[in-house]
Design a protein around this ligand. Sequence first.
Ligand SMILES: [Zn+2]
Ligand SMILES: [Zn+2]
Length: 148
Amino acid sequence: MNQCLPILVCPHCERRIPLPYRNLRGTTGVEAYWPPDSDTLTLVCPHCAHLSVHSEQDICTEEVHGVDPNQAPVIFWRVEFACSKFQCEGSVAVHTQTEVSGDINHNTIAGRAYKTTPKLRCPECGGEKMNLERVDRVIMGGEGWYLT
Ligand SMILES: [Zn+2]
Ligand SMILES: [Zn+2]
């Protein structure tokens, strides 16, 4: 069985990062996950820690021939940060991918977002002090491919 996966490519190391899907409300259709209320998706490469900002035209579709049973499932994470500067309402959602492992918790993921190149900054004021607000994750593989 062939499956078409939406992917984004890290511009620094060319690692391919598969996106989950999102349900289209009120229809049976699906399309690639995209952050709600945003034209761009901020991605932290799990391989080289490069921070890149993508637009929807950057999505490639890759056909996968069957599913490799030896391929470990991965987790796709969305981590939301809010600026800590007084009266700044800037916020940003960062996306990344990890393997499924008991050692990975919210702090691991937040730590990764603080160590990117270039650094994560508030989109409103450019400040570097961002507080972790919320973490969402989806395990890619099996039935759980949806992050809405
Ligand atoms: Zn990379
Ligand atoms: Zn700010």
